[in-house]
Ligand binder design. Structure first.
Ligand SMILES: [Zn+2]
Length: 561
């Protein structure tokens, strides 16, 4: 996209008048279709503006006027828009009309309206402020590395070093830095917990867990299901991880596996360099997807043509990688900071999966129908990381030699096992926290619980002498502070993605067709329906996990053989 395309235009007073007009005509069963289309037409103008304003601050963080526009949007337009949005939702619900294809979206709207309490607004503002304080503390961490002050993110590279001494030094340095802010973070933690309990009580809930469930719109599974997820991981995935880590211990040739031995290349090889330059990433990805399925390849080509990629890392650009939708033109936009590493290829494949979701939902008439729950939207992206894998070798148009591809694919599959365990620990910790809020108010008790879970879920990792550092590591996970319970979503989506991948090993064409059918439903179906349409089972049980882990281990054995 050209910079001029990122210059957003909006006549807010006019748009506001039009939205207000809509509030004056409550919909009837005859008029509701036109009413919802009109609401969509108006709302996407505003959200397109907000997206563009935000993007402009990301593609060039030094652009002062973009920051000013964004600040103005947040301070003046956004609160007015939110208030109008709330009114329109209420009017739709009060009308008692449920138009076709809106059963499931209406469930979400009903929950949002039901949770709304005026007295919670100042509490939420306080929470947001504490969240900013948390981000400021953790975002500004820097450490001394070999005589230079470097941002803590740099340490990640050293924790993956092939030199064990370097890895340990980097790991300990990160833990020490965290320790310096332990008191501050613990104070923030306690205050946030109190506020959350108060918010839940104001909304009429005895437990914050139940409140959070409803506020995340989790209508298709319960806290008990999440506990089943944790147990299934412990029973089926942890043993698989132990097998994996046993192999790693052997290959590394160490006595026992320490936390800094988990992510380096176990054979001491140099990092892979699959491409050089953002153009190569873009074009090769297009070829990969075209081989997997013509429709997917065409979409990537369309994105290139319409300049919907900003992939290169450059000075002044915000960090990170994501797909965002431009709501009015209903097109995806992918933002990345690619530098030529294999993780960049994975992120690109992932974000393209989100982009395919956008293309598949464009025909849905109301914006509420295009809103897809996290547990499924991540299936769209994670499945593509796996389905694209067979086309990543150079002889099939991809990025890698056969040998490098085997290495990359193994790392990818091993990481899935690792992540499920990490997610289960995080989820178990949070269920414990909100079931025992009085105890959990003291951060030291949370640390003790975290260490207990860590030892249970990662029995193969040697924690001798570093128990304290590991126990407090939970304070580094921003989800626990900022987005309680938002963690399992990834684990569930990954389970869906692995099932779709398993389907593709039998019949690739069929697997992609089912995948696209699932995406086309947008947010109009329940999670079990979305998963089923895409060819997966929405389950948390040992059997579903067992099958998925079995597939991964079989493939890993093939790649090793
Ligand atoms: Zn994603």
């Amino acid at each position: 996209m050209e910079k001029s395309d990122l210059t957003p235009r909006l006549d807010w007073p006019e748009l506001k008048l039009q939205l207000e007009e809509l509030t004056e005509n409550a919909p009837t069963s005859e008029s509701v279709d036109a009413w919802l289309r009109r609401w969509t037409e108006l709302a996407v103008q505003l959200s397109e503006y907000a997206t563009l304003v935000h993007l402009a601050t990301m593609v060039d963080t030094r652009d002062e006027s973009a920051h000013q526009l964004y600040a103005d949007y947040i301070d003046t337009i956004d609160p007015q828009a939110k208030e109008l949005d709330q009114r329109l939702k209420q009017i739709l619900l009060d009308s008692g009309v449920v138009p076709a294809g809106m059963d499931v979206p209406m469930r979400r709207l009903r929950a949002e309206v039901a949770l709304y309490r005026e007295e919670n607004l100042p509490l939420e503002a306080k929470l947001a402020k504490l969240g900013m304080e948390y981000n400021e503390i953790c975002g500004n961490w820097s450490v001394e590395w070999e005589g230079q002050t470097v941002p803590i993110a740099e340490l990640r590279r050293h924790v993956e070093s092939n030199d064990r001494g370097v890895r340990e030094r980097a790991w300990r340095l990160g833990a020490d830095r965290l320790k310096q802010d332990r008191q501050k973070l613990s104070r923030i933690w306690g205050e946030m917990l109190d506020l959350r309990l108060e918010i839940a009580a104001n909304a009429g809930f005895d437990s914050y867990t139940d409140y959070a469930w409803m506020s995340w719109g989790r209508h298709d599974y319960s806290p008990a299901d999440a506990r089943e997820f944790q147990q299934a991981v412990l029973k089926v995935v942890t043993p698989a991880l132990s097998r994996q880590l046993e192999r790693r211990t052997e290959t590394l040739g160490v006595d026992s596996l320490r936390p800094w031995d988990l992510t380096c290349d176990s054979r001491g090889r140099a990092p892979l360099k699959p491409f050089s330059g953002a153009d190569e990433l873009e074009h090769t990805t297009q070829k990969v997807y075209a081989r997997l399925d013509e429709r997917l390849g065409n979409w990537v080509a369309e994105m290139s043509r319409d300049r919907l990629f900003d992939l290169a890392n450059r000075e002044g650009k915000a960090p990170g990688g994501f797909m965002t939708v431009l709501p009015q033109r209903w097109q995806p936009f992918i933002f990345m900071n690619a530098v030529g590493m294999s993780i960049d290829v994975r992120i690109m494949l992932h974000e393209c999966g989100h982009a395919f979701h956008v293309y598949q939902t464009g025909a849905l008439p109301y914006m509420q129908q295009r809103d897809v729950p996290m547990e499924f939207s991540e299936v769209a992206s994670m499945a593509m990381e796996l389905l694209a894998a067979p086309y990543l070798t150079r002889d099939r148009g991809g990025f890698y030699s056969d040998e490098d591809h085997a290495r990359d694919h193994s790392t990818q599959l091993e990481y899935i096992i690792f992540t499920w365990v990490m997610i289960a620990i995080g989820d178990a910790l949070q269920h414990w926290i909100y079931a025992n809020p009085q105890e959990a108010r003291d951060a030291a008790n949370v640390s003790a619980k975290y260490l207990e879970l860590f030892s249970q879920y990662y029995p193969h990792v040697d924690t001798a002498g570093i128990e304290d550092e590991i126990a407090w590591n939970w304070q580094r996970v921003l989800h626990f502070f900022l987005y309680p319970f938002y963690y399992i979503d990834y684990g569930l989506a990954q389970l869906g993605a692995v099932q779709i991948w398993a389907n593709s090993l039998d019949d690739e064409k069929q697997a992609v067709t089912q995948y696209l059918a699932g995406l086309a439903l947008g947010g109009t179906a329940t999670l079990p329906q979305l998963f089923e349409t895409a060819g997966a089972h929405f389950g948390f049980d040992e059997k579903t996990f067992g099958n998925a882990v079995g597939q991964i281990e079989d493939r890993l054995a093939e790649l090793a053989g």
